[in-house]
Design a protein around this ligand. Structure first.
Ligand SMILES: CC(=O)SCCNC(=O)CCNC(=O)[C@H](O)C(C)(C)COP(=O)(O)OP(=O)(O)OC[C@H]1O[C@@H](n2cnc3c(N)ncnc32)[C@H](O)[C@@H]1OP(=O)(O)O
Ligand SMILES: O=CC(=O)O
Ligand SMILES: [Mg+2]
Length: 532
């Protein structure tokens, strides 16, 4: 990296802990400081534009494919970069937080890719953020093995999944790192620390610095990431085009700009992923104010709903037309110890993966190592010896704006069980998140930040449209708090209740529950110390 001195230094405000100094080296801090200084203003523009667009859509401005970019969509000639080493065959991808034991289990799981997640599946405590970076570094250096006090051994095997890292989204800051008196962008901290420590190591190991990019809303956000990749590669002397990134299409506005997002990132693109849970959240959030866009209980909205099928079909069509991978989403069912529930969960996941494989997806996500063989078997059945099915261009697919927005076709009022379950899931998830776990299994379903957002925003919407009254929700909330406290004396039921009240019962709908909950509950700063 060029050694021109920085005008400002990054200050570490998080408590020091064992081995943190291996990640927070002066050089790594200088690197993320440079990235943040270069892109802080553009990040703020992104957030401003999101608020502006959200306001317009809430007040009824129609959503459509942009006329300004019609030429990009019409040009049949451009393609994204070819798959990078380790990313041609992605038939099974396992996701999970970069926690030490789970990292080893994920890497050994038999999946082709491990999506190491600082986002939906991670509660961004300081220790999770820096500990996650240490685990990634140790995994790449193959020194992550350990033995539990009970004697259970965790060792890396011979055949490991390719690592892709998902940094936090643009809406979040990292309050334990500061430059010029302001916190750094959480996206740039997660991206930058991993890139600084692991990009060259990954290249030396025959792979590369690979990423998943969450919650993008439009092509300008893709352009911003592309510019970040260019600068990061330049600063560390890594050849241009080495980075690869898969963008999650998980907002309704991004669904209208899939081609444009691939185009902006084409030099660094590793395709698109159908992030179904945040996509549903985005639909609810974007149209939550309107009476003409009401969704039924969360459990009643499946991937076979016409507007969800339009979204996944368009994603496959768009990716394959541009030579990019299309990666399927997360079926929420996780294995259970009860054989009957387990068989039901596997049957549901199988159906979901079969539909994706038949539709042309090149691979898909699982949340648990126990589901890797199932997903592999389903995709093997369609792919056989081919690494992917990008040649299936799906020219039969035609999706209109109306198809993507056909929510009315499944509109239904909430049931009392739907209301109760949303209150319970949100409260219990917030409790887990406040205690440092960003993903939990509740009633046989994987719950993470995206699914909890759905639960709380549905309550907000049903209150707004008088589908339920406030006193019913408060009664349910209090009953659930009492049950949680009775079950687990360590539970943070009162704090979780506070997060619920702030995010689901407020007059204005908070765009995400995480920024407020993070600054109020997870940030633990120690007095500032300036890094030399
Ligand atoms: C909407 C989206 O963004 S989806 C993507 C983000 N969400 C996720 O990534 C969720 C990933 N999944 C998980 O975190 C977990 O599977 C959970 C929390 C849902 C359930 O975890 P657990 O309650 O530990 O499940 P369970 O007890 O069945 O686990 C059995 C073993 O599998 C391991 N395991 C479970 N899930 C994973 C995973 N995703 N990656 C690696 N290992 C895992 C457990 O650590 C445990 O290992 P051990 O026996 O060595 O201790
Ligand atoms: O990140 C994935 C999602 O479904 O949300
Ligand atoms: Mg998501």
């Amino acid at each position: 990296m060029s050694r021109t001195p920085l005008i400002s230094s990054v200050r570490v405000l998080g408590a020091p802990a064992e081995r943190h100094e291996e990640i927070l080296t002066p050089e790594a801090l200088e690197f993320i400081g440079r990235l943040d200084s270069a892109f802080a203003d553009r990040r703020l523009e992104v957030l401003k534009e999101r608020r502006r667009r959200c306001g317009n859509l809430a007040s009824g401005t129609p959503l459509d494919f942009s006329r300004a970019t019609a030429a990009v969509r019409a040009d049949a000639d451009w393609r994204v970069a070819p798959p990078a080493p380790g990313l041609a065959d992605r038939r099974v991808e396992i996701t999970g937080p970069p926690e030490r034991r789970m990292a080893i289990n994920a890497l050994n799981s038999g999946a082709k890719v491990w999506m190491a997640d600082f986002e939906d599946a991670t509660a961004p405590t300081w220790n999770n953020v820096i500990g996650g970076q240490l685990n990634l570094l140790d995994a790449i250096e193959r020194r992550i093995d350990f033995t539990t006090p009970e004697g259970k051994e965790y060792r890396l095997g011979a055949d490991l999944a390719t690592i892709m890292v998902r940094p936090r989204g643009w809406h979040l800051t990292e309050e334990h790192l500061e430059i010029d008196g302001r916190p750094l962008s959480a996206s740039l901290v997660d991206f930058g620390l991993y890139f600084f420590h692991c990009a060259q190591r990954q290249i030396d190991a025959g792979h590369g610095p690979y990423f998943y990019l969450p919650k993008l809303e439009n092509r300008y956000e893709a352009r911003l990431w592309n510019d970040i990749f260019l600068l990061a590669q330049e600063l560390l002397g890594i050849p241009r085009g080495t980075v690869r990134a898969t963008v999650l299409i998980e907002t309704i506005t991004a669904a209208f700009e899939m081609e444009e997002i691939l185009y902006e990132l084409r030099e660094h693109s590793a395709g698109l992923n159908a992030g179904r849970w945040d996509y549903l959240f985005s639909l609810l959030k974007t149209f939550g104010h309107r009476t003409d866009f009401q969704l039924p209980d969360r459990a009643a909205v499946t991937m076979t709903a016409p507007f969800m099928r339009a979204y996944t079909e368009l994603l496959v069509r768009t990716c394959h037309r541009r030579g990019a991978h299309a990666i399927g989403g997360m079926a929420a069912h996780v294995p259970s110890k009860d054989p009957e529930a387990n068989a039901a969960a596997f049957a549901k996941v199988r159906l979901d993966k079969e539909r994706e494989a038949e539709d042309g997806f090149d691979g898909s996500w699982v949340a648990h190592p126990g589901l890797v063989p199932l997903c592999r078997e389903v995709f093997d059945g369609v792919l056989a010896d081919r690494p992917n099915q990008r040649e299936r261009t799906r020219e039969d697919v035609e999706v209109t704006a109306a198809d993507l927005l056909s929510l009315r076709r499944i509109a239904a009022p909430p049931t009392s069980e739907g209301i109760r379950s949303n209150v319970a899931v949100a409260l219990r998830y917030f409790d887990a998140w406040l205690r440092g776990s960003g993903a939990v299994a509740l009633n046989g379903l994987m719950e993470d930040a995206a699914t909890a957002e759905i639960a709380r925003v549905q309550i907000w919407q049903w209150l707004r449209h008088d589908r339920v009254d406030r006193s019913t929700v408060i009664d349910l909330l209090d009953a659930e708090c009492a049950a949680l406290e009775a079950e687990d004396p360590q539970a943070l039921a009162l704090e979780a209740r506070e997060v619920f009240v702030d995010s689901a019962l407020s007059v204005q709908l908070p765009l995400f529950f995480t920024p407020e909950a993070y600054t109020r509950h997870l940030v633990r700063r120690v007095p500032a110390e300036v890094n030399a």
